[in-house]
Design a binder for this molecule. Structure first.
Ligand code: HEC
Length: 161
């Protein structure tokens, strides 16, 4: 009889200890941080949000219309397609650049001491906005730091005013 009571007390004690342990571990349970929470916090704290970094609108026009000849970095192809860096014609009067867009360019030209005798097609099919954008883009890329070209300037040259 005494042995049974002892066993009973022991079991009850064991149960009490188990329950209290479980409670303790529940209290200490640390919620893992979810990745969505982390990225939300990161975007909240970062000074420049990726969505606010806008690409130059002329970049897409350049990639579609000019890149094949003048190359991604505007370095051109020796003796075939002239470069578009600071040593090129890109810093010239915007009127001349707009004229090249309208009529294309052919015949012997010299860019940065290299002679080119090739042919560039007209890009008059592009809108005033697209021409202004792409010229503004090349004038501020490839190491260039020349002023932008506006759609109004393009429209003026196109209509011969
Ligand atoms: C089919 C190839 C080709 C394409 C496409 C082309 N170009 Fe050209 N570009 C040339 C060639 C070739 C010349 C030099 C023409 C010559 O030898 O008389 C030239 C000359 C130029 C020049 C004057 C010379 C210089 O290097 O500064 C500029 C500026 C220019 N291109 C800008 C552009 C822009 C902007 C575009 C896109 C809207 C474009 N080109 C698309 C081939 C191309």
């Amino acid at each position: 009889m005494r042995r049974m009571i002892n066993q009973l007390i022991f079991s009850v004690l064991l149960i009490v200890i188990l329950i209290s342990c479980q409670n303790a571990s529940e209290n200490k349970k640390v919620e893992p941080i979810s990745t969505t929470q982390i990225s939300a916090d990161l975007t909240k704290n970062s000074p420049v949000q990726s969505t606010t970094v806008k690409e130059h609108p002329g970049k897409a026009v350049y990639e579609k219309e000019c890149l094949t000849c003048h190359q991604t970095d505007g370095s051109g192809v020796p003796n075939m397609h002239p470069p578009l860096g600071p040593e090129s014609w890109v810093g010239k009067d915007p009127k001349e650049l707009i004229a090249i867009m309208m009529k294309g360019l052919s015949g012997k030209i010299e860019v940065n001491g290299e002679v080119y005798k090739n042919f560039m097609p007209s890009h008059a099919k592009l809108s005033d906005e697209e021409i202004a954008d792409v010229l503004s883009y090349i004038r501020s890329s490839f190491g260039n730091n020349f002023g932008p070209v506006t759609a109004q300037m393009v429209s003026k040259i196109r209509s011969g005013r």
